[in-house]
Design a protein around this ligand. Sequence first.
Ligand SMILES: Cc1cc2nc3c(=O)[nH]c(=O)nc-3n(C[C@H](O)[C@H](O)[C@H](O)COP(=O)(O)O)c2cc1C
Length: 159
Amino acid sequence: MVTDPGQRSAIGEVYRRAFRAYAAAGGTNAERYADDPARQATQLRVGASAAWLGEHMGEVPVLVIACRRIAKLSAGSQADVWGSLLPAAWSYMLAARARRLGTAWTTLHLDHEAEVAALLGLPEDIRQGVLIPTAYYTGETFKAAPRQPLDTVLHLDRW
Ligand SMILES: Cc1cc2nc3c(=O)[nH]c(=O)nc-3n(C[C@H](O)[C@H](O)[C@H](O)COP(=O)(O)O)c2cc1C
């Protein structure tokens, strides 16, 4: 967990650089949904929100970076490796939400993972899985997000 303003600002600089590269490469791909105006509008809002975070990550009061010790990352499936970390991180986000704290799942800084590891003094075998900015949210306009129809995402018995 990172709360020191200098450390947050340094991580924020790395994140800003990673986000700008991501945005320059096409970002949220809102044009992919040109034939679905409602979905495109949502995607544009997500993009605007992500762009704001891209410039302000270092100002968020608490940056949680969930890590785990990994001797060597295999080239094959990493499901067992990250599967040990992600449920804990997600549980943290749900617990935060219950306490009026907002969070966002972010991984773009991992393009420069070693740089952030050096900032934090992480040992070589400690790998980062997610960077979760955490702060009290303002406003109460949350509502359920639209979902794709179940039969387009659920496969029964075979793909
Ligand atoms: C694996 C993964 C990595 C993500 N990385 C980032 C990221 O680096 N930056 C970001 O702004 N959003 C990232 N997102 C998306 C956001 O966490 C969030 O899901 C998205 O902005 C949709 O917002 P909503 O969940 O509030 O609707 C990532 C999502 C996933 C699943």
